[in-house]
Ligand binder design. Structure first.
Ligand SMILES: Nc1ncnc2c1ncn2[C@@H]1O[C@H](COP(=O)(O)OP(=O)(O)OP(=O)(O)O)[C@@H](O)[C@H]1O
Ligand SMILES: [Mg+2]
Length: 339
């Protein structure tokens, strides 16, 4: 659906050049919600603005829906852009226009007739639940309501792709969740491809199918959110995963000290899917005859998939501990021994 090939973007001239993106390749499928996460200055906005050529890449190709945008003239590009909606962190609404007129604006630009505009705007107002606010001005709306206007406006021309640049970063956690829910809803309803740029792992975890981590203008890691989230390969990725970074040291200090002088071994156990709710750990410990203490744990969901991640100290005789680890692993759980 979206393909970036060897995308490079440099800002500035001479000795003041910033390499914002360097030979970046990325492929996003139709109907998926694809997240891009990265620290400030990593190149996120540049990347997403290159997807609709708001920013022209220095070199490389941008393909959307089997059309190479980087090969089009101005008029062709204007036409293709109707396929691509965009929403922004600070909403970018017209302050002197009502909610209704903000949503109608792209349709007026495309010279749609009045009846069509009226029907479409009414439909969109219902979709984003703003019918009661149609005659208000942006200054009379909350942040969440403003972003709903932004979403309705972006969807006015019935695009196939929605680009979101930090669309929830200016919102409180509850409002963020309601906007994410709305995005998920329109993704499912219209099979809309959504690209979502953020610096918050929570946003990725809530609604994205796949994620790429961007660092210094390049993609350092990508894959299904479950994989990247539960088995981060890169230090930058681990930084984004809350709690992970803080686990290390104290876990090592409590490992090795089983009660009553028994052997002990600390392990990190990752459950995914329905097995998250199974009693695999306690059943195995009882059958083999070891004890265990949960040192730290999370049970949550990644999009619709339940997962659990537990740091567990297993106590008992050495061979029984090893048998326990082998047995848990044989049940398909991911077990990592912590030294
Ligand atoms: N118009 C510009 N002119 C010069 N340099 C720019 C311009 N826009 C961005 N940059 C530089 O390019 C790099 C990437 O910027 P970009 O805005 O894409 O980062 P970002 O990941 O979106 O950051 P943030 O999370 O702060 O929004 C940064 O070093 C930035 O300073
Ligand atoms: Mg940005």
């Amino acid at each position: 659906m979206i393909q970036l090939k060897q995308l490079t973007k440099k800002y500035g001239k001479g000795d003041k050049i910033t390499d914002a993106l360097t030979s970046l390749d990325l492929s996003i499928k139709k109907g998926e919600i694809f997240g891009v996460i990265g620290h400030s200055g990593a190149g996120k906005s540049t990347l997403i603005r290159c997807m609709n050529l708001l920013e022209r890449p220095t070199s490389g190709e941008v393909w959307v829906n089997d059309v190479e945008l980087t090969a089009l003239n101005k008029q062709q590009l204007q036409h293709e852009r109707r396929n691509i909606g965009m929403i922004f962190q600070h909403f970018n609404l017209l302050s002197s226009a009502t909610v209704y007129d903000n949503i109608a604006f792209p349709l007026q630009l495309a010279h749609a007739n009045k009846e069509h505009i009226h029907a479409r705007v009414s439909e969109l107002l219902a979709l984003v639940d703003l019918e009661a606010h149609r005659d208000k001005y942006p200054s009379q709306l909350s942040g969440g309501q403003k972003q709903r206007v932004g979403i309705a406006r972006a969807l006015a021309s019935d695009p196939q792709v929605l680009l979101c640049d930090e669309a929830t970063s200016a919102l409180d956690p509850q409002t963020t969740d309601s906007i994410l829910k709305l995005l998920l809803d329109i993704n499912k309803r219209f099979n809309l491809t959504i690209v979502l740029i953020t610096h918050e792992m929570h946003v990725i975890q809530s609604i994205c199918d796949r994620v790429a981590v961007i660092h210094q203008g390049g993609i350092i890691e990508q894959g299904p959110v479950t994989e990247v989230f539960l088995k981060p390969q890169h230090a930058v990725t681990r930084d984004f995963i809350r709690g992970e970074a803080n686990v290390g040291d104290w876990i090592h200090t409590v490992g090795g000290n089983g009660t009553n002088g028994a052997f002990s071994q600390t392990v990190k156990i990752t459950f995914l899917g329905e097995q998250t709710y199974d009693a695999i750990l306690s059943r195995t410990a009882r059958e083999i005859g070891v004890d265990f203490a949960i040192l730290q744990g999370t049970i949550s969901t990644i999009k619709d998939t339940p997962y659990g991640q537990l740091f567990v100290r297993i106590e008992g005789e050495a061979d029984k501990i090893n048998a326990t680890i082998a047995e848990i692993a044989s049940k398909g759980l991911d077990v990592e021994v912590i030294d």
